[in-house]
Design a protein around this ligand. Structure first.
Ligand code: FMN
Length: 78
């Protein structure tokens, strides 16, 4: 288990929830060109970028309709 990645996930999710609370919108970004990101943001090559979050004020506060599988289809308690 890579606990560091779990910690990053927890920290990011808290950040996203707080952003939402303050009227901001956020989006997880896991698929990116790490090399290009480091170049653009001036991040040293030796450092690793595991995840990014975009953050900004949404045009509308209304969330779009979401298509979700029913909970019973994706969770199980044993
Ligand atoms: C760890 C993680 C990485 C993600 N990376 C990307 C990404 O690189 N690009 C993208 O379009 N969506 C990415 N997503 C999905 C979006 O952040 C978002 O969760 C998805 O669009 C569902 O949005 P919704 O909850 O409003 O339906 C990622 C989600 C997670 C949890």
């Amino acid at each position: 288990m890579q606990y560091a990645l779990v910690d990053i996930g927890i920290a990011c999710e808290h950040l996203i929830l707080q952003a939402q609370e303050e009227g901001l919108g956020a989006c997880w970004l896991g698929w990116f060109d790490e090399k290009a990101v480091k170049r653009v943001l001036g991040i040293p090559k030796a450092q690793k970028v595991d995840i990014m979050l975009s953050l900004g004020y949404p045009e509308a506060q209304v969330a779009r309709d979401k298509k979700r599988k029913p909970m019973d289809e994706i969770r199980r308690f044993s």
